[in-house]
Design a protein around this ligand. Structure first.
Ligand code: ATP
Ligand code: MG
Length: 562
C-alpha cells in the first residue's frame, strides 16, 4: 500500500502512455466499466470505476458504461438504475456512451455463425457433467467430444434450431473449437452459447440462447472500439481466449487489449455480490443501502463522501498483487475530510440529567460555540444553557478509577463553552441507577475559562434539557467480527462471523440548532464521532442520525483543543 499511487504512476497508466507514444490506437483511449446488473455496486467496483473513468479522462478519451447483461436469470432493471446513480455519485459521466451487451445479441449471433462456417465452433451434445469430465484437469489432456467433428452444415442447422427454441435448456451448447490438450482449461473448447429459456430484462422472450461472458465480452469491447479493457486478476487466465476469439472472427486491428489488476478486498466485510445479496435476502441487513454494507448505496447513506472514497482508492493505488486492505484506512480518509468540513455540534447519546443547584431556575444564557475549529470561516453559533442539562452517562463515575478525569463526586470539570461545575451529590432510583447529578457552578468561569487560572482536566459536552431535541442515533460497528469473514473452519460459513452488534440504536438529546437538519447533512457530534442525517428514514420532528465514523480517540481530541 502506498501513499504515492497518484495518477500516472501505476503499470496500467504506463501501458496507456506507451500506447500513446507508439500511436497504437491513433492517440485515443477508450475504456469501459462493465457491471453485470445483478446487484448493487460495492467499493470494489468503485476501484474499477475510478480506474476506467480516470484513465479515460486523463487521456482525453471516453469511458463507456456497458451493462454486461448476458445472463437473463439474475438481472434486473432496478439494478441498472441503481448502478447509474452510483457511478454518477462517484463523480463520473459516461455521456452518450451507455451500452448494453444485450444490444449486440444479433451481432454476437452472427459472429458465432461465422466461427461455425470457418470450422472454429461446433454444437456439442455433452451434458454438463460429461462436459466437465471430458475437459479434464490441467495436467492431462482432455478428451474430445463426439460432437467435435460434426460438419459445418450440421452445426449451422443445429445452431439455428437452438435459436429457434427447438431444444431444452442444456440439451446443446455451442463450443469454440480450440485445443483439448491446452494446459489452460479455458482453451479446451469453451462453451460460447447456451440454451436458456428465460425472459431477459431488455430483450424479453426474443432469445432462448445466450452468449457466455467470455464470448460476449471481448466482442462487445471490439464492437465499441475499446482500446484498454481493464479487469480484475481472475480474468488473467481468460485472456488467451479473449485474444483467440477476436483473432478468429478477424476483428480489424488494433484490437482491444485486456489488462488485469488486483481486486480490492477490505477487512471486516465481504465483497461478492452473491454474499451481499444473501445478507439482504436473509435479513441480516435492511437492504443494499444498509449503512453497514460495503456498497456505494450503503456508504452514501451512511454519510461517506464520494471524495473520501476517491482519495482512499488513490492511496491504495493499482497493482497486480492481491491483498486485503485495512478498512481503517477507508475510515481514516472519511474522517480526514469530515474533520475539515463537518460542523461541530453537541449531542448526548446516552443522557443523564445534571441539575445546577445554584443556577437560577428561569435563567437562560446563550453560549458562543465554534462551528469548526479547523475552519474558522465557519463562524460561531449560540447554544442555550440553563439549570438542567444532559451529559453522557459515561462521563460520570461515582467511584472514578485512576486516569478518569471526568465528573465524579467532589470533582470539578468544564462544560464546553459554558462553565466549570462541581458535583455535589447524586440521586438514584430504587434500583440504584443514577437519575440525577446535582452540581454547583462557578459563575466566574463563563465561556469555559477560569479567571484565576484554575485548571480542570475534563471537558464535557452537554445539552440544555429544556432546549434539547430528541433524536435517534444509529451507531455502527464492523459488519463482521473477523478480519477475513470467509476464514472459517470446515463446514462453517462466513455468516457465522456476522457481527450482531453492528447496529445499536440510541435515543439521544441534541442541541436545538440541529432541529432543521436536512437529510444528508453531516456533523461532528463533539467527542462522539461524525453523524449524517439518514436520507431514508429521518423526518422533520423525528430525526435519525447515522454514525459515519467514530472519532479515533475522542478523549485525546477534546483535550487537545483546550
Ligand atoms: P462480484 O465478484 O462482487 O460479484 P463481479 O466481478 O461479478 O463482482 P461485475 O459486475 O461483473 O461484478 O464487475 C464489473 C467490473 O468491476 C468488472 O470489471 C470487475 O472486474 C470489477 N470488479 C468487481 N469486483 C471488484 C473488486 N473487488 N475490486 C476491483 N474491481 C472489481
Ligand atoms: Mg462478474
Amino acid at each position: 500500500m502506498s501513499d504515492m499511487a497518484d495518477t500516472g504512476k501505476d503499470f496500467i497508466r504506463e501501458i496507456v502512455a506507451e500506447d500513446f507514444r507508439s500511436n497504437k490506437y491513433g492517440g485515443s483511449v477508450v475504456t469501459r466499466f462493465p457491471p453485470e446488473p445483478n446487484g448493487c455496486l460495492h467499493i470494489g467496483h468503485a476501484k474499477a470505476i475510478c480506474l476506467d473513468f480516470g484513465i479515460a479522462a486523463e487521456g482525453n478519451g471516453v469511458c463507456h458504461l456497458r451493462f454486461d447483461d448476458t445472463n437473463p436469470v439474475a438481472e434486473e432493471t432496478e439494478y441498472v438504475e441503481a448502478i447509474k446513480e452510483d457511478v454518477h455519485w462517484l463523480g463520473w459521466n459516461w455521456g452518450e456512451h451507455l451500452y448494453y451487451a444485450s444490444d449486440y445479441f444479433e451481432q454476437l449471433y452472427e459472429y458465432a455463425v461465422k466461427l461455425i462456417k470457418i470450422g472454429k465452433a461446433y454444437v456439442c451434445a455433452l451434458s454438463v457433467e460429461e462436459f466437465k469430465e471430458y475437459r479434464g484437469v490441467p495436467t492431462r489432456p482432455g478428451k474430445e467430444s463426439p460432437s467435435r467433428n460434426r460438419s459445418v452444415k450440421e452445426n449451422l442447422d443445429l445452431f439455428e434450431r437452438m435459436r429457434a427454441g427447438e431444444f431444452k435448456d442444456g440439451e446443446y451448447v455451442l463450443r469454440a473449437k480450440i485445443d483439448m490438450s491446452s494446459p489452460n482449461l479455458h482453451m479446451r473448447d469453451p462453451a460460447i452459447y447456451r440454451i436458456k429459456h428465460a425472459r431477459h430484462h431488455r430483450t424479453g422472450d426474443r432469445w432462448c440462447i445466450y452468449p457466455m461472458y467470455d464470448f460476449a465480452h471481448c466482442l462487445s469491447d471490439a464492437i465499441e472500439n475499446i482500446t484498454h479493457s481493464l479487469c480484475t486478476l481472475e480474468f488473467e487466465v481468460h485472456r488467451p481466449l479473449y485474444d483467440w476469439i477476436l483473432q478468429a472472427v478477424e476483428m480489424p486491428e488494433p484490437r482491444p487489449r485486456q489488462i488485469e489488476f488486483a481486486r480490492l478486498n477490505l477487512s471486516y466485510t465481504v465483497m461478492s455480490k452473491r454474499k451481499l445479496l444473501q445478507l439482504v435476502r436473509a435479513g441480516y441487513v435492511s437492504g443494499w443501502d444498509d449503512p453497514r454494507m460495503p456498497t456505494l448505496a450503503g456508504m452514501r447513506r451512511r454519510g461517506y463522501t464520494a471524495e473520501a472514497i476517491r482519495v482512499f482508492l488513490q492511496r491504495i493505488g493499482i497493482t497486480k498483487v492481491d491483498g486485503i486492505t485495512d478498512i481503517a484506512l477507508l475510515e481514516h480518509c472519511v474522517r480526514e475530510e469530515l474533520n475539515r468540513t463537518a460542523p461541530r455540534v453537541m449531542a448526548v447519546l446516552d443522557p443523564v440529567k445534571v441539575v445546577i443547584e445554584n443556577y437560577p431556575e428561569d435563567l437562560e444564557e446563550n453560549m458562543e460555540a465554534v462551528n469548526n475549529p479547523e475552519d474558522l470561516s465557519a463562524g460561531t453559533r449560540q447554544v442555550p444553557f440553563s439549570r438542567e442539562l444532559y451529559i453522557e452517562r459515561e462521563d460520570f463515575r461515582e467511584n472514578p478509577p485512576g486516569k478518569f478525569y471526568r465528573l465524579a463526586p467532589g470533582r470539578e470539570v468544564r462544560l464546553r463553552y459554558a462553565y466549570y461545575i462541581t458535583c455535589a451529590s447524586v440521586i438514584k432510583d430504587e434500583n440504584g441507577r443514577i437519575v440525577e447529578i446535582r452540581c454547583i457552578y462557578d459563575p466566574n468561569t463563563r465561556g469555559g475559562d477560569s479567571p484565576d487560572g484554575r485548571k480542570v482536566k475534563g471537558t464535557l459536552h452537554w445539552v440544555s434539557a429544556r432546549h434539547a431535541v430528541k433524536a435517534e442515533a444509529r451507531i455502527y460497528d464492523r459488519l463482521f467480527t473477523k478480519e477475513i469473514p470467509e476464514d472459517v473452519e470446515e463446514g462453517d460459513d462466513y455468516l457465522k462471523n456476522f457481527n450482531f452488534n453492528s447496529l445499536v440504536t440510541a435515543t439521544c438529546m441534541i442541541e436545538p440548532s440541529l432541529q432543521g437538519a436536512k437529510p444528508g447533512d453531516r456533523f461532528q457530534f463533539e467527542r462522539k464521532g461524525y453523524f449524517c442525517v439518514d436520507v431514508v428514514e429521518s423526518r422533520e420532528g423525528a430525526l435519525v442520525f447515522n454514525q459515519i465514523v467514530p472519532l479515533r480517540d475522542s478523549w485525546a481530541k477534546i483535550e487537545k483543543t483546550h
